[in-house]
Write a protein that binds this ligand. Structure first.
Ligand SMILES: [Zn+2]
Length: 356
C-alpha cells in the first residue's frame, strides 16, 4: 500500500479515478471509510493499494463516473485556451465566491443576439455544471473539427449569437456537498450549526453562508423571505436582504452589463421548464418554451408560484424571456447514472436555446 494525503475537493471517486483503481480497492485498505459515499477530508492520510487495473479509463460524453467541481471547469478552460478555436471564445472570472473560488464565465461567438446559460445555483445540483461544461466542449470540438452539430452549422450560428455560460454559480456549496465539513474548514462551526450538527450534505443547496442564491433576487423577495427559514439554512434562506452574497452580485452585475436577450438557468429537480413570473413574461415566452420542450421532452410549467429567483427577477426587470430548466428527477444530488438522461435530453435543448 502507499500513503496518500487527501487534497481539497478530493472524493473517493476522484482519487480512485486519478490512481486508476476502484473505490472498493480504497475501502478495502481503509476500514474507517464505510462506503463509496464517505467523505475524505483535506490533510487526511489514507492508503491506496499498489495494484494495476489496466489502461487509463475515459469518461465518455453523457457518462458520469466521478463528481464534477470548479477545478474540472478550469481544466476545460485550459484546454480550450490551448486550442485553435474557429469560433471566437473568451473566458474570464467574473468574481470570487466567499471562499475565493473563481466564478468562471465562458463567452462563445460574436453574434448580436446575447443568450445566457447558468448552472449549479444550488450546491447539490453540480450535475448541471458538468452538463453545461461538457456540452460546451462538445460544440467547441465539433466546430474545430469542421463538423456540423446535429445538422447545425456552428460557425454560422455563432456569427448570429453570443452565448455566455457560467457553469457554476455556487462553487463553495458544490464543494461542501462533495467533500463535507472538517475542522480546518473556515466555516466549520457555522456550517455545523446551520446543518444542525449532521455531517452529511446531500441536501445542501445554499452557498457557504447558508443563503440560497436563487432565493435572494429582488422580485417578490420579501414575500419569499417571509415564507422561508429566517436564518441561515441548508436551503431556501433568502438572506437578510436581496443580493447580499458575492455569487449573486456577480451574476447581477453580468446580467445588467450584458443586457441579455433571454436567459436559461439550469437546476436539477423535475424534468420541467418554468417560463413565467406573475404574468410579467412577454408573449413569445410560451412559443419559446414549447420549442425547448419538444427538444428535451421536459414539461413546460408557467410558474412554480414562488418568488425571489433569478429568472423571476430577469423577467420582472427586462420583460424579456427567462427560463428555469429543471433537468433530471429524483433526490439531489442525483446518482451518477442519472447523468445519461440529463445529457441526452439537454444536448438539443441547449442547441435550440441558441435559436429561439
Ligand atoms: Zn436548484
Amino acid at each position: 500500500m502507499k500513503r496518500y494525503i487527501v487534497k481539497e475537493e478530493d472524493t473517493l471517486h476522484k482519487v480512485a479515478w486519478e490512481n486508476n483503481i476502484f473505490v472498493k480497492d480504497i475501502l478495502d485498505c481503509n476500514p474507517h471509510l464505510l462506503n463509496s459515499q464517505s467523505y475524505i477530508y483535506p490533510g487526511d492520510e489514507i492508503y491506496l493499494p499498489l495494484i494495476y487495473v489496466g489502461e487509463n479509463r475515459v469518461e465518455r460524453f453523457g457518462e458520469c463516473l466521478k463528481e464534477f467541481s470548479h477545478l474540472d471547469i478550469e481544466h476545460y478552460v485550459y484546454k480550450w485556451n490551448m486550442s485553435r478555436n474557429v469560433i471566437p471564445l473568451e473566458t474570464k472570472s467574473i468574481g470570487l465566491s466567499i471562499l475565493n473560488k473563481p466564478i468562471r464565465l465562458i463567452k462563445v461567438g460574436d453574434g448580436k443576439k446575447k443568450v445566457f446559460y447558468s448552472g449549479s445555483w444550488h450546491g447539490n445540483e453540480w450535475m448541471t455544471s458538468k452538463l453545461l461544461t461538457e456540452w460546451l466542449d462538445h460544440i467547441i470540438t465539433s466546430a474545430n473539427n469542421n463538423q456540423d452539430y446535429f445538422g447545425t452549422d456552428l460557425r454560422q450560428l455563432f456569427k448570429e449569437v453570443t452565448l455566455y455560460v457560467v457553469p457554476m454559480v455556487n462553487p463553495d456549496g458544490v464543494a461542501l456537498v462533495q467533500q463535507g465539513n472538517y475542522p480546518e474548514h473556515p466555516y466549520y462551526d457555522f456550517i455545523n450549526k446551520t446543518n444542525k450538527y449532521t455531517h452529511t450534505f446531500d441536501h445542501w443547496s445554499a452557498n457557504i453562508r447558508g443563503v440560497d442564491l436563487n432565493h435572494q433576487w429582488p422580485a417578490g423577495w420579501q414575500k419569499e423571505a417571509d415564507e422561508s427559514p429566517s436564518e441561515p439554512w441548508p436551503r431556501h434562506y433568502s438572506g437578510k436582504a436581496p443580493l447580499t452574497e458575492p455569487e449573486s452580485i456577480c451574476i447581477y452585475d453580468l446580467t445588467v452589463k450584458e443586457d441579455f436577450d433571454y436567459v436559461l438557468a439550469f437546476h436539477s429537480q423535475g424534468q420541467e421548464i418554468f417560463w413565467g413570473y406573475r404574468g410579467l413574461e412577454p408573449q413569445e415566452s410560451e412559443k419559446m418554451v414549447e420549442r425547448l420542450s419538444l427538444k428535451s421532452s421536459y414539461v413546460p410549467k408557467r410558474t412554480a408560484d414562488s418568488d425571489g429567483g433569478y429568472k423571476d427577477w430577469f423577467i420582472q426587470e427586462t420583460r424579456r424571456p427567462g427560463f428555469t430548466i429543471e433537468v433530471g428527477v429524483g433526490i439531489n444530488p442525483l446518482p451518477f447514472r442519472a447523468y445519461g438522461e440529463i445529457w441526452s435530453n439537454n444536448v438539443l435543448l441547449a442547441l435550440e436555446g441558441l435559436k429561439l
